[in-house]
Design a binder for this molecule. Sequence first.
Ligand code: FES
Length: 94
Amino acid sequence: MPNVTFHTNGQIKTVEAPEGRNLLQIALDSGIPMEHACGGNGFCTTCMCTVKKGMENLSPRNDREENMGVTDDPARLSCQAEVKGDVEIEVIEY
Ligand code: FES
């Protein structure tokens, strides 16, 4: 299973996650706080993260990310980015 490393609030946590889960689901399953005002539907940007490593191991950017203006690396919407391999992200805090 892929390893997903979260940098949040000055702490680093790595978890194993099944392929195909998105970063928001993995964070919440792992007890890592991540904002998700629209419920993970790609209609806000509160789950936006910065990908530090492994952008190539995430699903391609989709229309919802493009529509929300999340078009440039290293930013991704966590609820739209599905994991296919090892990834390291920084959670944006509010
Ligand atoms: S939770 Fe709203 S865009 Fe991801």
